[in-house]
Design a protein around this ligand. Structure first.
Ligand code: PLP
Ligand code: ZN
Length: 392
């Protein structure tokens, strides 16, 4: 059965070249930039479509017209999407703010990476790809392994040696082959592309593959649905490594605008650790792209991304929503992990705790204002970090 996907083609945001979306594509062969999906939104009546959503399954596939998979039979689902939004009540460090958390730790495989991988693996299956690989800080590898198993694809993952042991163990449980690489995800990416050259396996690295960002886009659509009939958040605070989640949400907001469903998007704030903040630095210095971060260090493995690919797109996403970047220290992250657990009953990974840690700086820096509604993304559960002694 057709999903009714309105996907038309892929376009390069670097040189505007356009590509056939019904063949496997990676980056632009001319200029090396990321390719992004285009949909024919003129065929969708925005308000009627939005009104039809409550009758659909509570997974991200409820947005199927705005996703790339054309035939339902290729969808490999573990029930991903529709994560809860939780009001936090009083937060002592952020007096006067109305704070909510979107808890992505509740998704299959324990992080928001399930969204991107569900869509990328389903689309890869539809396009006939049988072998997939990814360099990953951990969560993306676990998600690819699980969805790969579900779709009966062969999976290899490349993980930095410092990744918590629970992650490679989970990947192996799902039948993936695990390769450990010294250094950061940047080194894992270089090693993976070298080793995989000529194998015919497909690289599912974020934004080098066009459809993971489409899965992440559904975070934005869920915000609209979950706050519908009420006030949208004024600001969304998100822990950025590669920053694809921010690109995805900004894409959702621009689709909503085009469909007449949203006037002003929430401001997107990128939180990065002080020891690895290339996006925050580029935002503060007004640069169009990042400079690689020298000697990256942080307790949050998913944020240890010294040179995010397609950083132009991430910086654009933050700037077009009038957001900004904010650094937090590792100590603040560790404290926020403990506070989210003790005060609110929320289990957060160090990455997922970073937005909570950023609240007081955003408020004192005049980025957030008393009376505003703020949505924090807890991008992953803290379970893989139990026993690490990280939380304070
Ligand atoms: C829990 C968690 N949060 C955030 C991130 C960063 O995500 P993005 O690449 O969208 O910036 C990662 C990436 O590994 C992660 O695992
Ligand atoms: Zn190009």
């Amino acid at each position: 059965m057709s999903t009714g996907s309105l996907l038309t083609r892929l376009t390069c945001r670097g040189c505007s070249a356009s590509f056939d979306a019904d063949r496997p594509q990676t980056v632009c062969p001319t200029c090396g930039s990321a390719l992004l999906a285009e949909y024919d939104l003129s065929r969708l009546e925005g308000h009627a479509w939005l009104a039809s959503l409550p009758g659909r399954p509570t997974t991200l596939w409820r947005y199927r017209e705005l996703l790339p998979v054309r035939d339902e039979k290729w969808i490999s689902s573990l029930g991903e999407g529709c994560s809860p939004v939780l009001p936090l009540g009083e937060v002592p460090e952020a007096p006067g703010l109305e704070v909510w958390v979107k808890d992505e730790g509740a998704l299959p495989t324990g992080s928001f990476k399930a969204r991107g991988m569900a869509v990328a693996v389903s689309r890869a299956s539809e396009l006939g790809l049988t072998e997939l690989f990814v360099p990953s800080a951990g969560n993306a590898a676990v998600a690819l392994s699980a969805y790969g198993a579900r779709a009966r694809r062969k999976v290899r993952v490349y993980l930095p040696e410092a990744t918590p042991e629970a992650m490679p163990e989970a990947c192996r449980l799902y039948g993936a082959e695990v390769v450990r690489v010294p250094g950061t995800i940047r080194d894992a990416g270089i090693a993976a592309r070298q080793r995989e050259e000529g194998t015919g396996a497909f690289d599912v690295s974020t934004l080098r593959e066009p459809y993971r960002v489409e899965g992440k886009k559904t975070m934005g659509w869920e915000i609209l649905e979950q706050f519908r009939g009420d006030r949208m958040p004024d600001a969304v605070v998100y822990p950025a490594g590669g920053g694809t989640g921010l690109v995805g949400m900004a894409r959702a907001f621009s689709e909503m605008r085009e469909l007449g469903l949203l006037e002003r998007p929430p401001r997107l704030y990128a939180v990065q650790p002080e020891g690895c903040a290339p996006l925050v630095r580029a935002l503060q210095e007004g640069k169009p792209r990042i400079e690689p971060w020298a000697e990256p260090r942080t307790v949050a493995p998913g944020l240890l991304v010294p040179a995010p690919f397609a950083s132009e797109r991430v910086l654009e996403a933050v700037r077009e929503t009038k957001g900004d970047g904010v650094p937090v220290s590792d100590e603040e992250i560790r404290r926020a992990m403990g506070q989210l657990g003790r005060r609110h009953g929320v289990s957060a990974s160090p990455e997922g705790a970073a937005p909570y840690a950023a609240l007081s700086r955003l408020l004192s820096g005049g980025r957030l204002h008393p009376g505003e509604r703020v949505l924090l993304f807890n991008t992953g559960t803290g379970i893989p970090f139990l026993g690490s002694g990280l939380a304070r």
